[in-house]
Design a protein around this ligand. Structure first.
Ligand code: FES
Ligand code: FE2
Length: 387
């Protein structure tokens, strides 16, 4: 369990908090490329209200949401070239956040030179807009394996979940839930006697599950601090495993945005973006499932039902919770590294390590034919060529 102070310390990610400072040392997904256009949109990441738009030259811009003048939200403004103009008194900001026009100020005034909004580094990769909100120099964007794959069918699904980020991160290492929460969907390990171990890696943690009666371990991976990589059963009979990863990005202390990427090799080359807006406490039903909930909502149920900001002073961790203990150790290391001016775990600065291949494997999943539609999401756009 955590004491009250550490539980709070771990969960709060706003500007100026210790965990917020740690989380700002990593690149985070902040949007789906297909959904970011010339119409400015508001978003929120790590407790900061931000503005996101695609400039006329195609570049994506991320900056403070509110005009420095009288704090109007700039998603009601308009894009001019790479700049954004405030709709109230017409102040114009360039992509760096620098104010470059103040139409109502006297001719020749230098006031605008002193006005600057924060703007952030952005990179688009595999249909996702990633941003870095921390201090310079920025680390390298990790090029995870599923993101790099293009020779097949890829799907990106975005949804908001209204609970604190830490429960989501802990869920990635909490592999003893697989046999129970997902036991009906994946009978290869449902209610079976399993053993667990966790290996610390340069990218995070390998979560290893040995299944009774199988000589091949099941391995899923955690990309520290908020990324999950795993396999799902083939959609088509005798098809390929669905290689999956989830980015769970704190919106604020009480919600996260989830970006779920699935890929399987195929002659069809497609890329589809979907969105979903699930209501807290409402889960897609599945009559035969042990818990009556369809697989895309099972983890969301378990995380939401711990509470929006869970009280970890009351939990009772056992030997099967070694992954949670390791993850928390890494968070403590990260907090202390940042406090001492050092890089926290898993930050990449050497280009030789920018490509990250996870050793995810699951022969038991390969034997499961689910035929499931894992997403339940609404399709956001036409099928695109693979990017
Ligand atoms: S509030 Fe934006 S220009 Fe005045
Ligand atoms: Fe799960």
């Amino acid at each position: 369990m955590l004491n009250k102070d550490e539980n709070e310390l771990f969960m709060r990610v706003g500007p100026g908090t210790a965990m917020g400072e740690l989380m700002r040392r990593y690149w985070h997904a902040v949007g789906c490329s297909e959904l970011v256009g010339a119409k400015p949109q508001r978003t929120k990441v790590l407790g900061e209200e931000l503005l996101l738009y695609r400039a006329e030259n195609g570049n994506v811009v991320l900056m403070d949401l509110r005009c420095a003048h009288r704090r109007v939200a700039l998603d009601h403004g308009r894009v001019e070239g790479e700049c954004i103009r405030c709709p109230y008194h017409g102040w114009l900001y360039d992509r760096s956040g620098q104010c470059i026009e103040q139409p109502a100020e006297p001719e020749g005034s230098s006031f605008k030179d002193k006005v600057r909004l924060s703007s952030y580094r952005v990179q688009e990769y595999s249909g996702i807009v990633f941003a870095y909100l921390g201090p310079e120099p920025a680390p390298l964007l990790p090029l995870f394996d599923v993101l790099r794959m293009t020779d097949g069918v890829k799907e990106l699904m975005m949804q908001t979940v209204h609970t604190n980020w830490l429960g989501h991160a802990e869920n990635t290492v909490d592999i003893s839930h697989l046999a129970w929460l997902h036991g009906f969907t994946f009978p290869a390990y449902g209610a079976r006697k399993l053993t667990y171990s966790w290996d610390r890696k340069p990218y995070g943690i390998d979560n290893v599950m040995d299944v009774e009666g199988s000589d091949d371990a099941h391995v899923s991976c955690t990309g520290f601090p908020t990324v999950n990589r795993f396999a799902l059963p083939p959609i088509d009979k005798n098809g390929e495993l669905v290689l999956s990863m989830i980015f769970r990005v704190p919106i604020d202390d009480e919600s996260i945005k989830q970006y779920f990427v699935r890929f399987y090799p195929s002659d069809k080359h497609t890329f589809v973006t979907r969105t979903r807006d699930p209501k807290p406490g409402v889960y897609a039903p599945l009559a035969n499932d042990w818990w009556g909930i369809d697989v895309p909502d099972q983890d969301r149920m378990a995380i939401e039902q711990q509470g929006v900001m869970p009280d970890r002073t009351q939990e009772r961790l056992g030997a099967s919770d070694g992954g949670i203990i390791l993850l928390r150790q890494m968070l403590r290391e990260g907090l202390s590294a940042v406090a001492n001016g050092n890089d926290p775990p898993c930050v990449i600065r050497d280009a030789a390590h920018q490509i990250v291949d996870f050793p995810q494997k699951s022969s038991i999943m390969a034997k499961t034919q689910s035929g499931a539609d894992y997403t339940l999401g609404a399709k956001a756009g036409a099928e695109l060529s693979a990017r």
